[in-house]
Design a protein around this ligand. Structure first.
Ligand code: GAL
Length: 335
């Protein structure tokens, strides 16, 4: 398994060709101590045998599509359901499990960059159209880790790509991320339905709910509330609706660890961000630093279109047509 490292004078990002999986991001704290801030494993054997979504590129449709069903121009499609009754992260053989072609890229924007490419054939996981995908991982002088996605299709299809790192700014495997403070420029979120196992189709205000992160708040404070949306999945596994999303790249959220002083800003042009506190981690797996991976070991901040968008006309468009270009920028900036 080939691995690649991007670095500037402060931070270092390492990924592998399978799934473009980010296996470490080393960042100094305020005192200059370096820690690895993404949840994962200590050895390559464990990485390859472990959770294949950790730090990975997810697609063709990241997140859930109810019963794997959608329609384009009256034509019905049925994807495999790999997550109870739903389709999740592109199916059993999603982009996270593919070997991507990786090549160094020279660009004025980046101190160092790589381009990852993948062709998903017509009918791959039962999606229509041959999809050519390019993802650039770049690192800038001012500590931005930039992910730029592009894709083109030969037939109308649905697409939603994302990156699935769980961040722990105190150092993965050192302590829980539950005391991290999260702030999101999101006045609304998409509540989930227990019956559907994903979004109900609603868009609801966060005001007066544990999902109000419009000012910085400890993740634990939200997860400890007795709110039916929190109880349903033992934490946060919700899509937030970015305020004023207009296709330009803007600051959408900030994650901060008061203890180490590390802070990460998230910028995107996408209309949504899935926040996942890792409720399904039960300590049965050993991760970095030899520590069990427990709920809230890290927090995923996945920029994306909303879950199940293809089945909700009032959700953002997830259909890509021939001749169009899917574009998505996600920036994790370490401050
Ligand atoms: C997240 C999703 C979670 C879980 C996880 C993969 O994106 O919101 O529900 O499926 O991926 O383990």
């Amino acid at each position: 398994m080939r691995s690649y490292t991007l670095k500037n004078k402060n931070i270092e990002v390492t990924f592998i060709e399978r799934g473009g999986q980010i296996i470490s991001i080393k960042v100094p704290d305020v005192k200059g101590n370096i820690d690895d801030v993404v949840v994962g494993y200590d050895s390559m054997d464990e990485i390859l045998a472990g959770d294949g979504y950790f730090g990975a590129l997810c697609g063709r449709y990241a997140n859930r599509i109810v019963e794997g069903k959608f329609e384009i121009d009256g034509e019905k499609f049925q994807l495999d359901c790999n997550n109870e009754t739903n389709h999740l992260h592109g199916g059993n053989d999603g982009f996270n499990s593919r070997i991507w072609a990786v090549a160094p890229l020279t660009s004025d924007k980046f101190v160092q960059a790589y381009q990852l490419s993948l062709t998903s054939e017509d009918g791959d996981q039962k999606y229509p159209g041959k999809l050519d995908v390019s993802v650039i991982y770049g690192i800038t002088e001012d500590n931005q880790f930039v992910i730029e996605y592009e894709a083109e299709t030969t037939k109308s299809t649905v697409i939603n790509l994302t990156s699935h790192a769980y961040f722990n700014l105190g150092g993965a495997g050192k302590a829980s991320a539950e005391n991290h403070k999260l702030q999101l420029n999101a006045s609304n979120y998409t509540p989930i339905s227990a019956e559907l196992g994903t979004v109900s189709g609603e868009i609801a205000p966060v005001a007066g709910t544990p999902f109000d992160f419009t000012s910085p708040k400890e993740v634990k404070v939200a997860c400890d509330t007795d709110h039916e949306q929190i109880n349903m999945i033992n934490g946060i596994d919700h899509n937030f609706v970015i305020d004023g999303s207009d296709g330009s790249v803007k600051l959408v959220g900030v994650l901060a660890d008061p203890k180490s002083g590390r802070k990460m800003e998230v910028y995107t042009d996408q209309p949504g961000i899935q926040i996942y506190t890792g409720a399904h981690f039960d300590g049965s797996e050993t991760g970095k630093n030899g520590a069990p991976i427990e709920a809230c070991a890290g927090i995923a901040m996945e920029t994306q279109i909303f879950p199940d968008s293809p089945n909700h006309d009032h959700y953002p468009n997830a259909i890509l047509k021939p001749g169009e270009k899917y574009k998505h920028v996600c920036i994790y900036k370490f401050c």
